[in-house]
Design a protein around this ligand. Structure first.
Ligand code: HEC
Length: 124
């Protein structure tokens, strides 16, 4: 029992780990809020459009990298589908995305919106 760790460096070390872990966790939560991960609901919608999981993951990856070069990633649900149809072509040009990449981002954005709509519908 007299073995209790009282060394300052160890406490600091624990503190550092806790700090790093919280930063990572908070960081991930934020990015997931802005650009929701490709989940079962999105995949189900995607299947109906014959879009596969890899394509959507590619779209999301571009959304949080290529699209975040100049500004932070915008929350996908901030804009309505029609609004995104106006915004995206301009931003695709800015991000210099190829047609294939642009299509993946478009699919990710539109299906994420549809999935968010479904989850709102089931809200009380
Ligand atoms: C080369 C820099 C650059 C890149 C890359 C870029 N953007 Fe932007 N984005 C801007 C600037 C500058 C604005 C604000 C002025 C404007 O709306 O044109 C903006 C605005 C926006 C807006 C707000 C539009 C509005 O009308 O309020 C959204 C949403 C957006 N970007 C999404 C994206 C997405 C998605 C991508 C990836 C496909 C992307 N951006 C890539 C520079 C960039």
């Amino acid at each position: 029992m007299q073995q209790r760790v009282r060394h300052f460096p160890v406490r600091r070390w624990i503190l550092a780990v806790v700090l790093v872990v919280s930063v990572v966790v908070i960081g991930c939560a934020t990015i997931d809020d802005l650009a929701p991960p490709v989940d079962a609901t999105i995949l189900q919608l995607a299947a109906a459009h014959e879009i596969d999981a890899d394509r959507l993951s590619q779209g999301r990856a571009l959304y949080i990298t290529a699209c975040a070069r100049c500004h932070r990633p915008e929350p996908v649900v901030r804009y309505a589908p029609q609004r995104w149809r106006e915004i995206l072509p301009r931003m695709f040009a800015r991000a210099k995305l190829g047609p294939d990449e642009a299509e993946a981002v478009e699919a990710y954005v539109q299906l994420t919106l549809q999935a968010a709509d479904l989850s709102h519908d089931s809200d009380p």
